[in-house]
Design a protein around this ligand. Structure first.
Ligand code: ZN
Ligand code: ZN
Length: 269
């Protein structure tokens, strides 16, 4: 299946501490792939907002995105966004960022639960994973209640590293808590991201994203955003078409791109 409209709505540039290439390079790659749109979503880790000077890097990212949008205006829709990490751990900072720029898209993320390191750094052989997941979902539900973002990023983030550490993830518990999240997202009109950076684990069923997307659809959710989470130009669009095929198989006929925080429905065809 070759798609008419392809859009990658989770992209990091060198304005992220872990990004490698400038926005224009990411756009150039998207043009070469024949994409319809991309959204630049550099990091703003709210819990480290002051010490890591995110006010500066987010401002730079926004400016570089505007520049790229001007350069590519006849070839690609370049949308400006931010990946807002742990917003409730520094709510004033999160609010300041969201209100200071006329972003198209705010992705809400939770990379670490309050008072704990990033899931990436946890030693899964020693922690009580269910306890961590309980706190993860509690904080995500509070984030959705707060509501100042357009789509929830990579819901299975904590499980990636459990799988990588060879731990069997507690899928039943995860799905049960995901249900609460999905219903609340729908109630609030907030989208759900299909993050395709781990598309192979998703396709192999090692991460339960397909089942979560199926349930979101069944409960009436339609605002699925798709993003590769690319941190360097070769990864732009990684897994996006495979992700669209998954959505189509579930029954979705459109995916969502946020423009000025408004959901635009793009056909999957
Ligand atoms: Zn993230
Ligand atoms: Zn990201």
């Amino acid at each position: 299946m070759k798609f008419r409209y392809i859009s990658d709505n989770h992209i990091h540039t060198d304005c992220s501490f872990d990004g490698k290439d400038p926005a224009t390079m990411m756009c150039e790659k998207a043009v070469r792939l024949g994409f319809y749109a991309i959204t630049i979503t550099d990091h703003c880790e709210c819990n480290e907002y002051i010490e890591k000077k995110f006010a500066e890097s987010v401002r730079q990212s926004w400016f570089e995105t505007r520049k790229a949008a001007a350069i590519f205006r006849d070839r690609l829709h370049v949308l400006s966004g931010v990946e807002l990490g742990q917003p409730l751990q520094a709510q004033d900072c999160a609010k300041e960022v969201v209100e200071s720029f006329d972003f198209d898209f705010v992705l809400g993320s939770l990379h670490n639960i309050q008072g704990e390191p990033d899931f990436y750094f946890l030693d899964y052989s020693t922690i009580n994973l269910i306890d961590y997941l309980r706190r993860y979902f509690d904080e995500i539900l509070d984030m959705i209640e707060w509501g100042c973002f357009d789509s929830l990023a990579h819901i299975t983030y904590p499980l990636r590293y459990a799988v990588a550490a060879g731990i069997e993830p507690p899928v039943e518990y995860f799905l049960q808590r995901s249900d609460e999240v999905l219903r609340k997202l729908i109630e609030k009109g907030i989208g759900l991201e299909l993050n395709t950076s781990k598309i192979r684990l998703i396709q192999d069923g090692k991460l339960p994203d397909v089942e979560i997307l199926r349930r979101y659809y069944e409960y009436g959710g339609r605002y699925v955003t798709i993003g590769s989470d690319a941190h360097r130009w070769p990864d732009v669009g990684f897994g996006v078409e495979a992700g669209m095929e998954i959505l189509h198989r579930i029954g979705y006929r459109r995916f969502t791109v946020f423009v000025r925080h408004e959901p635009k429905m793009i056909p999957i065809e």
